[in-house]
Design a protein around this ligand. Sequence first.
Ligand code: C2E
Ligand code: CA
Ligand code: CA
Length: 666
Amino acid sequence: MRGVQQLLENGSGVLNHIPLPMMLTANDAKVLWWSEDAEKAFGYKADEIVGKYFPFGESSETLQTKCNQVLQCENSLRFENFILQSKQGESVHTSAVLYPITIGNQHYVMFTFEIDNINYNASAHELESFKLGIDETFMVTHLDIDGLITYANTLFLKSSKWTPKRVIGKSFWKLFPEESAEKVVDPIWLELKSHRVWQGSVEKLTKDGETYWVDMIAIPVLSANDELLYISILEKDITEKKRLQIHLEQIAYVDPETGLMSRHRLENIVSGLIAEGRHFSFIFLDIDKFYTLKDMHDEDSETTLLLEFANRMKLYFQDSSIARVGEDKFVVLTPLSDWFIQGFLSYLKQYPIYIRNKAIPISISGGITRYPEDQLTFSQLMNASSAIINKVKQEGGGNIVSLSKANHLALSKKTMIEKRLIEALHHKDLTVMFQPQVDLSTGKIDTVEALVRWEDAVLGTVSPNELIPIAEETGMIHDIGSFMLEKACEQAALWAENDMPMKVSVNTSIREFRDKDMVKKIRQTLEKFDCPARLLQIEITEKFALEAESDQSIIRQMVQLQKDGIVFILDDFGTGYASFRYMQLLPISCLKIDQSFISGILKQEKLKKLVRGMIQFGKSMDIRVFAEGVETKEQFDLLTELGCDAIQGYYISRPVVASEIGELYK
Ligand code: C2E
Ligand code: CA
Ligand code: CA
């Protein structure tokens, strides 16, 4: 035995370099040495094997017979079809070559196993092409078990600006912003060390300290006996997408021009206050004749005016919540009394806004509505306050009036509308106008949007902006919706019959989709007029989308309709809360950038950038992007250049009656 001890002491290092599983046995097949590759191939550690009989597969008798054969003929022998059992219980097919070894007068047998891998060559090739594909698509890095980088591919080096020399041996933590070490990197590392795959989006640092975003998958690679060998990380750069997302989220919460909160944020805060049962005044402020002021000055002065006005509000109302809800419209929430609020008028006189050293006289109109004394919901507070403002303006503006003192006159218009609308619906006094939309890839009008119109004998023209919120509140929106749907299908079928296939887009409110029979209603209407589903499009707003996102039955109805061939369009894009989640949950195929972005697109570089971003965002999600409110050739040309898919607006045509669409189509 001494001889073999020596052989192993001096030789096992070398023997271990032979890339085959090997074992040395005495002539009775008891194991004396077990190579590192054998550990890997069969899962047994040397100390579990050495000194024992061959523990797997073949019985020790048959092995012993084989050993004797080899020793007798004093020549190596090859045995095919050795089926062995690994520690994990798997059958390993091998061929074994047995070598007789004699040291002194002791006889030993050295086994080398060739693991029988019929597919070995093919799979190596497959593996190679797979690896190549990954290499071309992902940034790839490998980490050792201490988190030090051992490999980085070209794509990684390119994005991270590291050189291979510098990055190899660097710690994983160095690739992230310092602040995220504890919150982000440690948890990832913990997962990996627990042999779990980690996946998600993270912010990283280039060598120069610039941040970039990636989608990352980190895979712990384990040995046959479950030891962590190394970690392979695949990443994809998503910086552009992320920047846009952050930007869109910001617009949703903050008005980019003034830094005041957005309408969406305001609505959240009001809901919060109501939920807590707090009393407050809801003040709606509107700068009088803002448009004439605008015309008198250039864009810079206009911005100064806005910013200065926002500042005055912040200084005067201090800790109150202040939001910008329209170009020249603001809302302040405060627990303070009416006389303090009205004092803002004198404050403005005392601290006028100067533009080019000239004091600009600013007059504002305001309406104060109290919660819970006057109104109970956000939209009621909003409507009531703006109704007061209309009345204040009719009387010349320059005043802030509270609801209790506005003797409810303005509100009575709402009551009138409600009453007259019931009759109008009964007599089918509503009409429909159609506004064409040009597809920029063909230059042709292929879609029209149906817009409701109401001319009342007593009230005069009631604009949809006044009509729709009231109809939504009272539930009459269902009747308006049905009426518009019928008209749209009837007209689309008629045009199709006359060789003028024209898609018709209708506006819907979330309340209509709360009706569980919406799908049935739409299918029946299509059938009634023999209108193909592909000619009908449905426009929903971001607010609708946000509410629908959490309502399975609405999503289900939308998906059913989409399967029928109906296209959904996200209207007024950019004004509400743009969320990636609902964009993925809801079957939306197009988005319409809101007019407010288009109107200033030529004057404001910021808006142009934003619109460009929205178009790219749409493209990246495979969604067609439209623009509406396009009034001039310059806007039309710019949007074409930015890659917009279709355009709607006065530049193409105002909303017109159905017969005029035929003329325009020619
Ligand atoms: P919307 O869906 O954003 O419709 C576009 C509005 O912009 C229409 O106002 C249209 O006349 C106007 N418009 C179109 N091109 C231009 C342009 O180049 N410049 C300007 N300044 N305006 C343009 P309209 O008809 O007063 O409708 C207002 C809103 O009322 C609509 O906004 C829509 O949200 C709602 N609405 C209209 N009809 C219906 C309806 O049948 N059902 C529902 N639920 N809502 C409707
Ligand atoms: Ca619309
Ligand atoms: Ca719109």
